[in-house]
Design a protein around this ligand. Sequence first.
Ligand SMILES: NC(=O)c1ccc[n+]([C@@H]2O[C@H](COP(=O)([O-])OP(=O)(O)OC[C@H]3O[C@@H](n4cnc5c(N)ncnc54)[C@H](OP(=O)(O)O)[C@@H]3O)[C@@H](O)[C@H]2O)c1
Length: 222
Amino acid sequence: MPTVLILGASRGIGHEMVRQYRLEGWRVIATARKQEDCDELTQMGATAHQLDVTSADSIAALGWRLDDEKIDVAWLVAGVYGPSGSGFPTGPEFDAVMHTNVLGAMRLIPIVGPLLADTRGKLAVLSSKMGSIGARSGTEGTLYRASKAALNSVLADAAITYGAQGVTCVSFHPGWVQTDMGGSGATLTPEQSVRDLRATLAKVDKSGNGAFLDHDGTPIPW
Ligand SMILES: NC(=O)c1ccc[n+]([C@@H]2O[C@H](COP(=O)([O-])OP(=O)(O)OC[C@H]3O[C@@H](n4cnc5c(N)ncnc54)[C@H](OP(=O)(O)O)[C@@H]3O)[C@@H](O)[C@H]2O)c1
């Protein structure tokens, strides 16, 4: 039975990932910030751990808990949008978005990467098309865009470091998804997005290491 690690599974896309992987019989390790969300993940059949991606202590504690694990697939899902405008963010807004979306990944990937090397597994981060510089056509959510561009840089580094150890590292746009972040007017349900994301990652082979893909597998310019 393969093992998937889902980082940020209390709601939205991460929560739906837990549901679908369990349905397919995978062993699921999932994280959430709050104990009550961990309890719900346990009821869904996952092994749940508390994790706040902005806390170095919390990340270190997760590292200890995962120490002996061998993981086939890891999804880094946790993220925040921050201010929706294109003006100056405040310092606290900048810190909140960058610490969650970028620093969290920079601290988690060195813990998760080695656990994937044994299985020659796959690491996927949920970035966004809004982080693409090559496909940029608007400026709203400028802080979020900058954070996802930076996350893509972190993924590109992971592809070099862990790609050499047999891990396939991919950055994904999940589509515009009906979650708290995406809103009810979004074009995809979480069920559709996650079905596509899982199928696309399953098809990606070693040659896809370091790719930036839409949920359906279409390449996105960096
Ligand atoms: N929805 C879209 O249309 C869309 C489009 C492009 C990219 N994405 C990306 O896809 C990912 C998931 O988005 P979503 O739509 O599912 O968002 P969501 O419904 O707003 O859920 C966000 C998730 O991130 C978690 N999270 C936030 N800050 C955290 C922290 N400090 N520590 C641990 N977990 C934290 C939340 O946990 P809590 O419940 O504890 O807050 C929640 O599980 C994000 O990275 C997002 O940027 C989404």
